[in-house]
Design a protein around this ligand. Structure first.
Ligand code: ADP
Ligand code: MG
Length: 319
């Protein structure tokens, strides 16, 4: 099968809203809705680096789109189109069929159309998805909008994906935790609902401490994080115990929840917006003027557990 047959067979399903010209020409032509700004994100998955080597093809396809949707969510944007740059060592039709199914499933859940791409042969599988979305000019969420006094919120629960990856790599067979790593749930509805209400946002891909650190650095402030407030699932606590669960919640990656800074005056509107899109959110701390992240447990400052929070070390003094 040559490149053109492969594209025709697996990556040429029908277009969507705003697609003037999709797969098949030298470029895609897309029409933005009136008074919207283009928001562009791209994320690459490398076989064996961003997912384990034996990961199911459909999960790879799903994940490649979901991690990009999470970035779009963190911008408060509405996803619309994507392109796919695919490098493969060989044409494996069974893998391609599974991959395309997972890819189109994640895209279909959010009304995203595949409008183009590039297909090449290379030493290992590398998948780059570029996602294009749009937002109202005033409604974009950035990392730099957190202010002292803002309330810090996080969606969903944290730490399960990291535990799921441990299970996948260690053959533990903890199916519920593994599902959280296999099929990230991007918080697209929440991002859109709180755009214009929250002051800043980031998606939690590298771990809460690290990603919150990016927000604080971009915003030029610090924060207090109340560890006892970190949202932990009952499944994670049962599988790992509370202390390990909390450490995973703070430093484990791949959760793809949103961490948001909310001005105190906007808290009611924020909570109503989250309720409207059925997304649980938990208040976990508060921003402050002094740089650095202070961790507290039941009101007492606590030190970082050994080996943890290393991403965070650069952004301020440890308590
Ligand atoms: P060109 O050589 O002009 O860059 P290509 O042969 O790379 O064109 O691609 C032909 C068409 O197929 C283009 O519209 C391109 O966007 C699309 N395409 C190529 N690879 C993919 C892919 N993996 N998924 C979706 N569309 C693709
Ligand atoms: Mg090309």
């Amino acid at each position: 099968m040559d490149e053109f047959e492969l594209i025709a067979r697996y990556f040429s399903r029908d277009g969507g809203a705003g697609v003037v010209l999709g797969v098949g020409d030298d470029g895609a032509v897309l029409e933005l809705p009136a008074d919207r700004r283009l928001v562009a994100v791209v994320d690459t998955l490398v076989d064996g680096v961003h997912y384990p080597a034996h990961f199911a093809a459909a999960d790879v396809g799903y994940r490649a789109v979901a991690v990009n949707l999470s970035d779009i969510a963190a911008m408060g944007a509405e996803p619309a189109w994507m392109t796919l740059a695919l490098t493969l060592p060989a044409v494996d039709t069974e893998w391609l069929a599974g991959f395309a199914d997972g890819l189109y499933r994640a895209a279909g859940e959010h009304g995203v159309a595949l409008v183009g791409g590039d297909t090449t042969r290379g030493a290992q599988t590398v998948i780059s998805v570029q996602l294009l979305g749009h937002a109202a000019p005033a409604g974009v969420l950035t990392r730099s909008g957190c202010r002292p006094g803002d309330l810090l919120y996080v969606s969903g629960t944290l730490g399960e994906a990291a535990a799921g990856l441990e299970s996948l790599q260690g053959g533990r067979d903890e199916v519920a935790l593994e599902a959280r790593f296999r099929r990230p749930v991007p918080r697209v509805a929440l991002g859109r609902a709180v755009a214009g209400i929250a002051g800043a946002a980031i998606d939690v891909s590298d771990g809460l401490a690290a990603d919150l650190g990016h927000v604080l650095a971009a915003s030029g402030c610090g924060a207090t994080l109340e560890l006892e407030r970190l949202p932990l699932s009952a499944t994670l606590v049962a599988a790992r115990g509370e202390e390990r669960a909390r450490a995973l919640a703070l430093t484990g990656g791949d959760d793809y929840e949103l961490c948001l800074a909310v001005p105190a005056a906007a808290e009611e509107a924020f909570l109503a917006a989250a309720r409207d899109c059925d997304t649980p959110v938990t208040r976990i701390g508060r921003a402050r003027a002094e740089a650095g992240l202070v961790l507290t447990q039941n009101g007492e400052a606590v030190a970082s557990p050994q080996g943890g929070y290393r991403h965070f070390a650069a952004t301020g003094p440890q308590p």
